[in-house]
Design a protein around this ligand. Structure first.
Ligand code: MYA
Length: 602
């Protein structure tokens, strides 16, 4: 790492202190507390354009300059010092390199200046996160597990004493943090954790016992954000009932130990380990947030951190696209370079569109967080689902375009594929997050239908069936009009179709996972259409209409997919097909493996 780069980053951190971080306010959010989310609006047939326009442009000129300098320093670090392939094969980041990262301020990117951090906004952090995505996902998980979730709880919920005590050493990277939620019997079902903490008789300490698994940084952390059950009383029944509480636990408290580093498919240089708590005594002042309020603390840390994945994987996708175009532009097969063939052009188009939609959603999310959006949990889940799937698809196509070369270890794409696989699983599996998105929307529809009464609801649905969501009040570039019309029409049809399913299935809709997956898929596509329209319009307003072609292509393709998904939702023939497929699944489970006999009789 060159000193030049290091000083650049120091200077940029200094420059940043000259002005307010998150200086952006957005009037429309002031005083509002609930349900201002665009994604929630679409379930109700509303196109909440005040949540959509203008596309967040939240960085001041100085902040843009600062982040550019930091990116330059970061590129130098990754190109000159970091050895991603070496980190992968050694399953470790060398100590000297960790020191360089400390010196660069990479462990305290969003920590306020008074606690020794670089005080980046969400959007600035996202942009810097693109770098780790471009160069080394394993290293990104090490730093991300530390600051995106490891000590995020202290930033979001910590009181002044907790912040003063813990943030400086975490921001400097002198000590590492981790996020301890998952347990052997509690993965997606996060509220079923068994780790328990009980107040001692003196009322001074909680005594914690339990085990956590697959904890990123678990073997190297000194500070643990731990979720454990604590005894409480059910407010409704007055009966005893355990509730989840969040704790800041220091390894130094004693009674904390960890297992060996897990052997993993990818992100190998990041440490993953089991963590055990055995009569670990935690002072009462180390409760994070309210006693019994830990589930919401956990969920909100995850919500708050999820934009990082969308940003980070934007960096990955851009890098993979560049490798693909480079190969397609230079590799000759048959009569011409690969670039001349439609099959390749289609792949390059799809990769670009996926990256564009992902980037648009990720920066819409963190930009809205920066301007004070009170609610973004669905957008965060959607961004995480989309980013992890899109990056996987882009990587898969990169390997396909490179052909045999893509499969060779030395060419280096296989590492990306191994690293990317976990992104669809951790930070909430895409499967569980899809259900989360769909069920939240369905719940809102249920409430609306209830308040309208059955007759009123039916009449409303009949009326809305043929009406697109209201025309936009704000001016959108005329070339985007077809996309806006598709979005308006699709939101309306989506809301009506899901409402019909809510009426049909009533409470039983919770178990209709095939249906709910379709609902989530449409919601994700609608969020992506809205984001690319807003972003390309923002560029057009600045005189650059070049991205409209991307937005229109994405919207046209998404519109086609939505049409199919909505048709499937209401079609009784498709329902029969679904049932037949599910029956095969159940038979497979009963057979405990493959169902059929050998076709050759042996
Ligand atoms: S960490 C492990 C990640 N684990 C998970 O994500 C667990 C997934 N499970 C869940 O999220 C929950 O259990 C689900 C709910 C969603 C299934 N926001 O009855 P409920 C409220 C706000 O539905 P359940 C890892 O992998 C809900 O409204 N509130 O609950 C690290 C309700 O409230 P109320 C929420 O059925 C990997 C209450 O909770 C949310 O039990 C390392 C109960 O709800 C929410 N989201 O299950 C990654 N959900 O009672 C490194 C629920 O008031 C990262 N609620 O009605 C690095 C990234 C790279 C960045 C790099 C940049 C540099």
């Amino acid at each position: 790492m060159s000193l030049r780069s290091a000083s650049l980053l120091y200077n940029s951190a200094k420059a940043l202190r000259a002005y307010q971080p998150v200086a952006v306010t957005c009037k429309r959010y002031l005083g509002e507390t609930a349900n201002t989310s665009f994604a929630r609006g679409i379930f109700l047939g509303e196109l909440r354009e005040e949540e959509l326009f203008p596309y967040p442009d939240v960085l001041s000129a100085e902040q843009k300059e600062t982040i550019s300098m930091m990116m330059e320093a970061g590129h130098s670090f990754f190109q000159e010092t970091n050895d991603a392939a070496g980190n992968d094969s050694n399953e470790k980041i060398p100590e000297e390199q960790l020191d360089q990262m400390r010196a660069l301020g990479m462990y305290g990117l969003m920590v306020p200046e008074e606690y020794g951090g670089v005080a980046l906004t969400n959007t600035m952090y996202a942009k810097f996160g693109e770098l780790t995505g471009e160069y080394d996902l394993g290293l990104g998980i090490h730093t991300g597990a530390h600051q995106s979730i490891g000590y995020k709880g202290i930033l979001l919920y910590g009181n002044e004493e907790q912040k003063e005590k813990y943030l400086p050493s975490l921001a400097s990277g002198d000590v590492f943090a981790c996020f301890c939620l998952t347990e052997p019997s509690s993965g997606s079902d996060a509220s079923s954790i068994k780790t328990r903490a009980v107040l001692n008789e003196a009322g001074t300490h909680y005594v914690m016992n339990g085990a956590k698994i697959w904890i990123s940084n678990g073997g190297i952390a000194e500070i643990f954000t731990v979720f454990a059950k604590t005894p409480g009383i059910d407010k409704k029944t007055g009966e005893p009932k355990d509730k989840i509480t969040a704790f800041i636990v220091e390894r130094a408290f004693g009674g904390v130990s960890h297992g060996p580093p897990e052997k993993k498919m990818g992100i190998k240089c990041s440490n993953t380990a089991e963590v055990y708590f055995e009569n670990c005594e935690i002072p009462v002042e180390n409760v994070l947030g309210e006693e019994g309020g830990g589930f919401k603390v956990a969920m909100n840390i995850l919500n708050n951190g999820r934009f990082g994945m969308g940003a980070c994987l934007t960096g990955t996708m851009k890098m993979l696209i560049a490798k693909s175009t480079d190969h397609a532009n230079t590799r000759k097969q048959f009569v011409s370079n690969l670039r001349e063939y439609q099959g390749i052009q289609q792949k390059i188009a799809r990769m670009n569109l996926l990256c564009y939609a992902n980037e648009s959603m990720a920066y819409m999310l963190c930009g809205n967080m920066d301007r004070g959006a009170p609610e973004y949990q669905l957008e965060a889940a959607i961004s995480k689902i989309f980013a992890s799937q899109a990056a996987w698809d882009v990587c898969d196509e990169t390997i396909q375009i490179l052909g045999g070369a893509g499969f060779m270890k030395d060419v280096g794409i296989e590492r990306w594929m191994r690293d990317l696989r976990i992104f669809r699983i951790f930070e909430g599996t895409n499967d569980i997050l899809k259900l989360f998105v769909a069920l939240n929307g369905v719940q809102d529809i249920g409430k609306k239908l209830k308040s309208a009464g059955t007759m009123g609801a039916m009449m409303g649905l009949m009326k809305n069936k043929f009406l697109p969501a209201a025309p936009l009040k704000c001016n959108v570039h005329s070339d985007l009009a077809p996309s806006v019309d598709m979005l308006r029409g699709d939101i309306s049809k989506f809301s009506v179709s899901v409402s019909e399913q809510v009426i049909k299935h009533k409470k039983n809709i919770i178990s209709q996972q095939v249906l709910l997956n379709r609902v989530a898929d449409v919601a994700i596509l609608l969020q992506s259409m809205a984001s690319v329209i807003s972003r390309s319009n923002n560029m057009a307003e600045k005189g650059d209409t070049g991205e409209i072609v991307l937005a229109n292509a994405w919207c046209a393709e998404s519109h086609q997919k939505i049409k199919i998904l909505l048709d499937e939702m209401g079609d009784s023939e498709i329902t029969k097909v679904d049932e037949a497929v599910l029956a095969v699944g159940r038979m497979g489970l009963d057979a405990n493996g493959y169902l059929a006999k050998s076709p050759i009789g042996c």
